[in-house]
Design a protein around this ligand. Sequence first.
Ligand code: FES
Length: 261
Amino acid sequence: MNREDCEIVSNIELMPGIYLMWLQAPEIARRAQAGQFVMVACGTENTLRRPISIHSVEDDRFALLYAVVGKGTERLTHLQNGSKLDVLGPIGNGFQVFPMPAGTLSYLIIAGGIGIAPLRFLAEKVKPWCRQIIVLQGAATASKLYPKALLPKEISLTAATDDGSAGHKGFVTDLIPSFATTADVIVACGPMPMLKYLAENQTRLKLTGKPVSISLEMRMACGLGVCYGCTIRTKSGLKQVCKDGPVFDLNEVIWDEMARI
Ligand code: FES
């Protein structure tokens, strides 16, 4: 893990309340794996670092897609191009990318809201081995959908919105049964109720027998395996999301007990 004073290359509001920030950071960009995150110092010395997923990597730059959810992330929105940001990372265990014969795998990517953040980087990484990559994306309304133009062009995107302003009217999970049977690998990231729904409705969603990896979004105080604030129960014992995750097998997590312990 590195600590870098990263130069902000751009920082724009991509969707309402959701920002895309590109940072110049050669070491983090070189080491980043899909599914990993960084801890960003959002403000004064008293402000905790915030975990933010690595969204994309290009050469010696990487991108963060972040939602404004509090004072720390609100402060990030005011940072101008050329200013510096103190970043620790890359951190955590990301998605396992299994090299297969080129063009053979079918990937199904399920993103709820800001859950698209780590999954775009994954799509970039697995592209060479995939014959198809399907992204199912859910959002509250059309303006909160991640722009298709920013996804790799090989990706097929199907949207769901709560209010029906774009794509299917309803939850992104409604779309899963139509796509899951032909998928070789399934990955998901989104709100905890969405992930729990996946775990508890595998037969209905046609996920049974498929490898399903999920990335957990959790509050993290240290992000370094020190405070135990992100501990969850799994079938192989207690795990820390920041150190052992954030990516886990769907069936490894004990979903009944996701409350902090
Ligand atoms: Fe402190 Fe994970 S956030 S141990």
